[in-house]
Design a protein around this ligand. Structure first.
Ligand code: ATP
Ligand code: MN
Length: 457
C-alpha cells in the first residue's frame, strides 16, 4: 500500500499542503461535537500523528476510533494547530483491522512486569517501541564504528565443539532422541549428529582470534548462549555479543578502544534518538541524558584489581560476600566500586589468574593476568576483555594446569605456533549496553523474546 511514514509527515515543513496516505495504529481518540482527534503511531517516530476529523464532513466506521485498531487515513498535511510539527486533516478513513476491547494494552499505565507476559504486543507501548528504536540505532552505530575504522565484520559459528572458557555452562546441541542410551559419554556423542559433543557458542572470541591474526582488526556481532542458572536482571540464556579482536593490541590498547567505542555509541544515541532518551529521562531514569553526556565527554577510571580489593576490604562490613585478594568480584562489589567510589565507568585490570580464563596473557608477577572488566553504575560489568596469551609455552602450561584437552584446541594453539603476535579484544553485552543507555533495569525488557531459566515464551 503506498503510504508515507508518520515521521516524514510530522517533521517535514515541505509536506504542508500535500495530500498523503498514512497508516498506523490508533493510540488515542478524543471526541467533541464538531471535531474528533485520532492519534496514530506507525512505529516510525516517538511522536504520534494527530489526525483531525471534521465530523460534519466525514463519515467513518466507529471501529476506526478504537484503541489499537489499525487504519489508513488519506488527508492533507497542515501545520499543527498547537505545538510544533504537522498534523493531518482527514479526508477519508479506512479500517484495516479492528481491535476488540479485550486488547491488553490499555491506556492506564501498565507495569513492565505485566507487559513481559505479552511480549508479542508490548512493542505497541511507548516504552518498548522506544527501547527497540534505540536498540536498532545502537546496532547500526556498532557496525559504523568498526567499519569506519577498518575492522572486518566476521560471523563466528554458533554451533561449536569447543567451549570457550572451559566452563560448564554450554547448551548442548544434539539430535539424539530423549531416551537414547549409552554406556559412556563418548559412545553417546559418537552416535550424535557431529560425532562429538557439540553446543551453542558462549563467545565468538576463539574464532575471532583466528580472523584477527590474519585480517588484523575484526569484530563479531551475534548471539552468544549461556546455560547459566542465574536468574538475575542482567543475565539471559541468549544475548547479543559484540566482540572486537585486534592484532598487535596490548591491554592498554584494548582499554582505549573499548572506551572510545562506548563513547561513540552513546554520542550516536544522543544525536539520533533525542525523543526516546528524553522519554526515558522523564519516566525511567531521572538524569539519564546528563549521565550519558557526561560519560561521552569525560575519561573513564582505571584501577587494578589489587587496588580495588584494597578499597573494598575497608568496606567488607557492608557486603554479603566479604572480599580478600583472590576473590571473584560479585555484583555488589562491582556496583560499589563504580557507584560509590569512582562514580563513573571504571576499568578494573589485572585480575588473579585463578579467577580468569586460560587464554589471558600472564603478567610478569606470576599471579595476575592482563584482563579488564568495565564496570558501570547501575549494572556492574558490561565489558570483559583481555590481552591474550601469545606465548605458546605459557598458554600450554595454563591449559594443563586447568586439565584442558589440548587436542580440542590444536587450531587455537597453532595461532601461537605460526607467527604469533600480541593481540587482544573484549566482549560487550549488547543488551547490557542498551540497559545502560535507556535506564531500563531488567534485561528482559530490552529483548524481544527474552530467554532465561524456565522461560521461553
Ligand atoms: P557476568 O560476570 O556478568 O556473568 P561474564 O564475566 O560471565 O559476565 P563475559 O564472559 O566476560 O561475561 O562476557 C562478556 C560480556 O557479555 C559481559 O561483560 C556482559 O556484558 C555480557 N554477558 C555475559 N553473560 C551474559 C548473559 N548471560 N546475559 C547477557 N549478557 C551477558
Ligand atoms: Mn567477564
Amino acid at each position: 500500500m503506498k503510504h508515507t511514514d508518520i515521521k516524514n509527515v510530522l517533521f517535514n515543513a515541505d509536506m504542508v499542503g500535500s495530500n498523503v496516505v498514512v497508516c498506523g495504529w490508533v493510540r488515542t481518540f478524543r471526541d467533541s461535537a464538531q471535531v474528533a482527534f485520532l492519534e496514530l503511531s506507525d512505529g516510525s517516530s516517538f511522536q504520534k500523528l494527530q489526525v483531525v476529523i471534521d465530523k460534519n464532513a466525514l463519515q467513518f466506521d466507529p471501529e476506526c476510533t478504537k484503541l489499537g485498531a489499525s487504519v489508513a487515513v488519506k488527508g492533507t498535511v497542515v501545520k499543527a494547530y498547537k505545538g510544533t510539527g504537522n498534523e493531518l486533516n482527514a479526508a477519508e478513513i479506512a479500517l484495516l483491522g479492528k481491535c476488540p476491547p479485550e486488547y491488553p494494552i490499555q491506556k492506564k499505565r501498565t507495569t513492565l512486569e505485566f507487559l513481559r507476559g505479552i511480549p508479542h504486543l508490548r512493542l505497541r507501548t511507548n516504552t518498548f517501541a522506544a527501547v527497540f528504536r534505540v536498540r536498532s540505532v545502537a546496532a547500526q552505530a556498532v557496525h559504523r564504528y568498526f567499519h569506519e575504522r577498518g575492522y572486518y565484520y566476521i560471523n563466528a559459528p554458533l554451533i561449536t565443539a569447543s567451549d570457550c572458557e572451559g566452563a560448564g555452562e554450554m547448551f548442548r546441541v544434539t539430535t539424539r532422541p530423549w531416551n537414547a542410551v549409552a554406556k559412556t559419554e563418548e559412545e553417546y556423542y559418537k552416535n550424535d549428529f557431529f560425532g562429538v559433543k557439540a553446543g551453542l557458542s558462549v563467545s565468538g572470541q576463539l574464532e575471532g582470534e583466528v580472523a584477527a591474526t590474519a585480517l588484523g582488526k575484526i569484530y563479531t556481532f551475534g548471539p552468544s548462549f549461556r546455560a547459566e542458572n542465574s536468574n538475575t536482571t542482567r543475565h539471559l540464556a541468549e544475548f547479543w555479543h559484540i566482540e572486537p579482536e585486534i592484532a598487535f593490541a596490548e591491554l592498554p590498547d584494548v582499554i582505549e578502544i573499548a572506551e572510545d567505542m562506548l563513547k561513540y555509541l552513546i554520542r550516536a544515541l544522543l544525536e539520533e534518538c533525542p525523543d526516546e532518551l528524553k522519554f526515558f529521562d522523564s519516566f525511567v531514569e531521572k538524569g539519564l541524558i546528563e549521565k550519558l553526556e557526561h560519560v561521552a565527554g569525560s575519561d573513564f577510571a582505571v584501577c587494578s584489581y589489587t587496588e580495588a580489593i584494597e578499597i573494598l576490604k575497608k568496606e567488607n562490613a557492608r557486603f554479603q560476600f566479604p572480599v580478600e585478594w583472590g576473590s571473584d568480584l560479585q555484583s555488589e562489589h562491582e556496583k560499589y566500586l563504580t557507584e560509590a567510589v569512582f562514580k563513573r565507568p571504571v576499568f578494573v585490570t589485572d585480575y588473579p589468574k585463578e579467577i580468569k580464563s586460560f587464554y589471558m596473557k600472564q603478567n610478569a608477577d606470576g599471579r595476575t593476568v592482563a584482563a579488564t572488566d568495565l564496570l558501570v553504575p547501575g549494572i556492574g560489568e558490561i565489558i570483559g576483555g583481555s590481552e591474550r596469551e601469545a606465548d605458546l609455552n605459557k598458554l600450554v602450561a595454563a591449559m594443563s594446569e586447568r586439565g584442558m584437552d589440548m587436542n580440542a584446541y590444536r587450531q587455537y594453539l597453532d595461532l601461537r605456533r605460526f607467527g604469533s603476535v600480541p593481540h587482544g579484544g573484549f566482549g560487550l553485552g549488547f543488551e547490557r549496553f542498551v540497559m545502560y543507555c535507556t535506564g531500563i533495569e531488567n534485561i528482559r525488557d530490552v529483548t524481544l523474546f527474552p530467554r532465561s531459566v524456565k522461560n521461553i515464551m
